[in-house]
Design a protein around this ligand. Structure first.
Ligand SMILES: Cc1cc2nc3c(=O)[nH]c(=O)nc-3n(C[C@H](O)[C@H](O)[C@H](O)COP(=O)(O)O)c2cc1C
Length: 175
């Protein structure tokens, strides 16, 4: 089968990762694949913040868990060591569409490199916090950005998940 379509059908969200960090080469390839996503008006209005620093990764995890009301100690990134955060220009009308395509490309690219990934939500709420806007400034990012999603990446721990059965009646042809 065509490799790209095969990857699209086989990729699954991973919820158990090994602690080992993927190589920077692989992470860069994933990020780069995201940068090539289709984007409205060719504006390229998204950025990606790649977090491999464990201390920051754990801080993000704790805030994310708090936002979704989970108990202390729950890791919403399921142990993934690398967190690729996609943000988009806050005033850009197509920010969510553009950012979502970046996320999709990155998850597929991770799969093609034999890495696991998952979209973890609540980036919007995180980057509404003043400390997160401050963090962006600290790392030299100016302007107003909206969080779109975290692509958590790492090596899959355990069995690869099987896809849920596709729901019926989701395709309508007019010929
Ligand atoms: C917009 C979006 C937000 C998601 N947020 C989370 C999340 O916060 N936590 C989580 O465990 N999975 C999250 N997921 C993963 C979905 O649960 C997963 O894609 C879905 O169950 C289908 O499974 P699959 O990706 O293996 O096909 C998110 C997926 C999307 C597209």
């Amino acid at each position: 089968m065509n490799e790209i379509i095969k990857a699209m059908e086989e990729r699954r969200s991973i919820r158990k990762f090994k602690p080992e960090m993927p190589s920077k080469d692989d992470l860069n390839r994933i990020i780069e694949a995201g940068l090539y996503a289709a984007n409205a008006k060719g504006r390229q209005a998204t950025i990606t913040v790649a977090v491999t620093n464990k201390e920051l990764r754990d801080r993000l995890s704790a805030v994310n868990a708090k936002i979704c009301g989970r108990e202390e100690g729950f890791d919403p990134f399921y142990g993934a060591p690398a967190i690729l955060i996609v943000l988009a220009e806050k005033e850009w009308a197509n920010r969510v569409y553009d950012g979502s395509l970046v996320m999709g490309n990155m998850m597929l690219a991770a799969h093609s490199l034999n890495l696991g990934s998952i979209w973890i939500h609540r980036a919007k709420e995180e980057f509404e916090l003043p400390e997160y806007q401050e963090l962006l400034k600290e790392i030299g990012i100016e302007g107003e950005w909206e969080g779109i999603g975290h692509c958590a990446v790492g090596y899959v721990d355990g069995e690869y998940p099987k896809p849920a059965k596709r729901r019926d009646n989701r395709v309508f042809w007019v010929e």
